[in-house]
Design a protein. Structure first.
Length: 217
């Protein structure tokens, strides 16, 4: 096998799931495929997230001599502080009608979150180009936030393309100047998109609180 293929297979290995014992845990951060009796699964191991999702099923009932795998999700970090969502909502309101963005990042060393502003290259009422923030050596992105100005929150085809290879939560805040801005939230995992049907009520409360504070000034 040539060197390029060897390097690719080392960085993204495939594991045949044993029938009589658990698969060996991942020894490093990254991704791998699990070939199981009940399908093909993607496993992701990150400092803040451990995730297993089925990405393919068999089209014929052939005998697969491997064990079964169950989907799972485990967050290594604490709950995202709603105050940071409120802080981004304030930024989005100030930028409206143009779009803006920021990352909510987490440090494994300090166990703390912070809002990291992006560097805006260009933005309008329907588009945003930016450079990612500079992170500390142990910081990782957990939530990628962007706004839709005066428009409702939703995930566009452009968002799908941009998020296809990402591992993160994606948050959109729309109707940024209204009393209750709209929000859309989803988990992105290497092409797997899972919409969070109910954005946490505490996030909405934090966003409304920032609006009340702004109006009082």
């Amino acid at each position: 096998m040539n060197a390029a293929d060897l390097a690719l297979q080392r960085s993204f290995p495939t594991v045949m799931v044993p029938r009589r014992e658990p698969a060996e845990p991942m020894q490093a951060f990254g991704e791998r495929l699990l070939i199981a009796q009940n399908g093909v699964f993607l496993e992701i191991n990150q400092p803040w997230l451990s995730l297993v999702r089925r990405i393919a099923a068999y089209s014929v009932a052939t005998a697969i001599p491997y064990g079964e795998v169950a989907e799972s999700t485990r967050l290594m970090c604490e709950r995202v502080p709603e105050a940071l969502v409120g802080e981004f909502a304030r930024t989005a309101r100030a930028a409206s009608p143009n779009e803006t963005g920021a990352w909510i990042v987490w440090s494994a060393a300090t166990q703390r979150f912070r809002l990291a502003p992006v560097t805006i290259l260009s933005h309008s009422a329907s588009a945003l180009r930016y450079e990612p923030p500079i992170l500390g050596p142990d910081e990782v992105r957990v939530v990628d936030c962007h706004s839709h100005g005066l428009h409702p929150a939703f995930f566009s085809g452009t968002d799908d393309t941009d998020d296809r290879h990402e591992i993160k939560f994606a948050l959109v805040i729309g109707n940024c100047t209204s009393h209750t801005p709209s929000m859309a939230l989803r988990l992105c995992a290497k092409g797997v998109f899972e919409t969070v049907e109910r954005v946490p009520a505490a996030w909405y409360a934090a966003v409304r609180a920032t609006l009340s504070t702004t109006e009082a000034l």
